[in-house]
Design a protein around this ligand. Structure first.
Ligand code: EPU
Length: 302
């Protein structure tokens, strides 16, 4: 979708929005899949309510993008524009045990920066790609740690009420790969309260998690991490593996040979290929185990 109205373009500029026309989501998402649309990068986060108002008044549909690491986007020209927060400098401010982190900050870099200030707890999240905002919305987790455990406060744009709100950690529910945020809420910043730990000790934890990840996940390939959530008490990856589905493909979309719950783009996979592979694997698991696997990856259908 293209924004062509000169007035709208001028107002967006006034609101601190950098517009990249005809951006390819293929170049932005970690899966390397996705069509084309206008990308609106917000340099002033507090202008979100006005930007949304402007788009709505002009009948321009939009979606909020985090880091694009857990996202499968439809092919071809997309029927909505995409908004993304530009990264401020600095994006992490540390005072005592509290790290105030912008939603656009890179999660891995945030974990490392906190470690350098002797703040630990998030070691397991080190290899999780994407932004802090995306991690927060999904309650990203790995190796027994989930980001929700450390959230003291969140600054969020509420899509429903169209206002910016500050929520206390206990006003938000964090569950396995799920939070109480609404789909049209946009994370803006978070205050994390982290336990004090010597840097060396944190580094040791980070090394162990990195090694585990390298040994079990296809890190160098285009993927969105795990495609399915684990059903309670079971492992989607193990089930798919047990069915002998590693290497199964539709076009260039493949079940990883390394970890069966990672689906990779081995070349020029389309969203159509990836969605067909997801549907096929879901059906086979349903038939064999009676589990209806739920997507962990976020899908933006057109
Ligand atoms: N397994 C297999 N074959 C496979 C993959 C896994 O037999 O192809 C077995 C493993 O040997 C292990 C069990 O299944 O006994 C669980 O595997 P793993 O430890 O890799 O963890 P997982 O449950 O598959 C979860 C998260 C990952 C996270 C890891 C590490 C989900 C859906 N996945 O994977 O998160 O990195 O634990 O904590 O919760 C993600 O969310 O995108 C993601 C990758």
């Amino acid at each position: 979708m293209r924004i062509e109205d000169k007035k709208v373009l001028a107002t967006l500029r006034d609101l601190g929005v950098e517009l990249k026309s005809a951006a390819s989501l293929m170049d932005i998402t970690y899966l390397g899949i996705g069509g084309t649309t206008d990308l609106l990068r917000l340099t002033r986060h507090e202008s979100i309510p006005e930007v949304v108002k402007l788009l709505e008044a002009n009948g321009i549909p939009f979606k909020f993008l985090g880091g694009g690491s857990n996202l499968l986007v439809a092919d071809n020209e997309l029927p909505w524009v995409v908004m993304q927060l530009a990264q401020p400098d600095p994006d992490v401010v540390i005072e005592g045990n509290i790290a105030t982190v912008d939603a656009a900050a890179d999660l891995g870099k945030t974990v490392t920066l906190c470690a350098k200030h002797d703040l630990g707890g998030m070691e397991g999240l080190i290899g999780v790609p994407g932004t802090v905002g995306g991690a927060l919305r999904m309650n990203a987790g790995a190796y027994g740690i989930q980001i929700g455990n450390y959230v003291r406060e969140v600054k969020v744009y509420r899509g429903g009420a169209r206002i910016i709100e500050i929520l206390k950690g206990d006003q938000i529910s964090f569950e396995y790969r799920h939070t109480s945020f609404a789909p049209d809420d946009m994370m803006l910043a978070v205050k994390l309260e982290l336990p004090s730990k010597p840097f060396r000790e944190i580094l040791q934890g980070i090394r162990i998690c990195n090694e585990k990840r390298r040994a079990s996940q296809p890190l160098g390939q285009k993927s969105a991490g795990c495609i399915f959530k684990n059903p309670p008490g079971a492992s989607a990856g193990r089930m798919i593996d047990e069915l002998g589905l590693k290497g199964l493909g539709v076009g260039d979309a493949r079940v990883s040979d390394r970890h069966a719950n990672f689906f990779v783009n081995a070349g020029k996979a389309s969203a159509k290929d990836m969605l067909a592979l997801i549907a096929d694997v879901r059906e086979r698991v349903q038939k064999a185990y009676g589990f209806e696997l739920e997507n962990e990856v976020v899908v933006w259908n057109a």
